[in-house]
Design a binder for this molecule. Structure first.
Ligand code: AMP
Ligand code: MG
Length: 361
């Protein structure tokens, strides 16, 4: 059951965390499944509820850096600058644990990932519980992250002790994860805070871990992620070429499972002009058409110049595709500059790396 956010539901939620229970709560990125980070039993329940691989560590949530300070080694200048510039907000820092870090908490590894959410409900929950809250995204492992309470309920009803409904999340993509334990900071996961923003604060180039040696620095990156049920393809190319490709699929209709299209506004509008589509009830900028016995869905991801809009929509579109029973999804690629990098990262992960590049001869 979803709970409205009131003083009393927040107090109840804080009590649940203190007593070792699990609470789904909104953050500005996506919904989290929270538990007392230093209660090993509660953290075990988080892994079980999500079906999360045991070697994929959790992000800890605090309101202020001083709350994690005793449990990590002395903060470097880099860490201080980043905390000063980006907290509270969607930047997770990987730091070295200090001796004081409870041995049985948060796996056996030497590092810990921590961030300070800006969402008011998340902050209130941390404050009222008086705990550091470990919270992965509130979805079943491998499913798209939840950007509204109903998504979390669909995955975790019965497993969470309470679900706080804070409406749609402001950002819609998970935090940027930055490893600060090496000589140079390294982006382990792209997110709302861009490499360019981090570089401008630190004054040095920041690279993203591309993996390659088989032992990813961020354990989470090796797992299949954000996957819809459908087989998904990201299609990269000039607008006219992407449109031609999508129109070819539309006109070559064969009956079977529905086909879903995801595109930025220009391609969406032109695709809409190709057939007679009807609006999907209750969903903004989504349409359906039936053509020669085949069913097609179209979801507009917003203006191409606004990857932030796409970021907000991606996970809920992927969940809608599942509800529509889509067997195949074709998604227009986004430009990878700025916030577009994180959008493309999620799209390609959802597609299992399946990219059709029309710019190549
Ligand atoms: P989520 O489950 O969506 O909250 O994602 C958490 C991300 O943070 C995953 O990619 C984890 O692998 C990463 N993470 C958490 N703790 C650490 C850590 N100590 N070192 C590196 N990455 C971490
Ligand atoms: Mg997750």
């Amino acid at each position: 059951m979803l709970r409205e956010i009131t003083a009393s539901s927040l107090a109840e939620a804080a009590g649940i965390i203190k007593n070792g229970g699990l609470v789904v709560f909104p953050t500005e990125t996506v919904y989290g499944l929270g538990a007392d980070a230093f209660n090993a039993e509660a953290v075990k329940r988080v892994y079980a509820a999500k079906g999360r691989p045991p070697d994929n560590p959790l992000i800890l949530h605090v309101n202020f850096f001083c709350e994690i300070e005793p449990y990590v080694t002395a903060a470097s200048e880099t860490t201080k600058k980043l905390v000063g510039s980006f907290w509270p907000g969607p930047l997770t820092l990987v730091l070295n644990k200090s001796e004081a870090f409870p041995k049985d908490a948060c796996m056996g590894i030497d590092t810990v990932a921590v961030r300070s959410p800006s969402n008011e409900t998340a902050r209130k929950l941390i404050e009222l519980s008086g705990r550091i809250i470990a919270a992965p995204s509130a979805n079943k492992s491998g499913k798209p992250s939840p950007t509204c309470a109903a998504h979390a309920e669909a995955d975790l009803a019965g497993e969470a002790d309470m679900i706080l409904d804070g409406g749609e999340t402001a950002i819609g993509l998970e935090s940027t994860v930055l490893d600060c334990t090496g000589a140079k900071p390294l982006i382990l996961r792209l997110g709302a805070v861009t490499a360019e923003q981090i570089e401008s604060v630190l004054g040095v180039p920041v690279s993203a871990s591309g993996g390659g040696n088989g032992t990813p620095k961020s354990p989470g990156v090796k797992y299949k992620h954000y996957s819809p049920e459908a087989e998904m393809t990201v299609v990269k190319g000039a607008k006219t070429d992407v449109l031609k490709y999508f129109t070819g699929i539309l006109n070559g209709a064969v009956s079977g499972r529905p086909v879903g299209f995801m595109a930025a506004s220009t391609v969406s509008r032109r695709l809409l002009a190709e057939k007679k589509w009807e609006c999907l009830p209750g969903i903004a900028s989504a349409w359906k058409t039936v053509y020669s016995d085949a069913e097609f869905f179209l979801f507009d991801m917003g203006p191409e110049k606004s990857p932030e809009t796409a970021a907000k929509k991606i996970f809920s579109i992927l969940r809608h595709m599942d509800c529509c029973g889509a067997g195949k999804i074709f998604c227009e690629a986004f430009d990878e500059s700025g916030a577009g990098a994180a959008v493309m990262d999620r799209l390609l992960k959802a597609a299992g790396g399946n990219l059709t590049d029309l710019t190549r001869p």
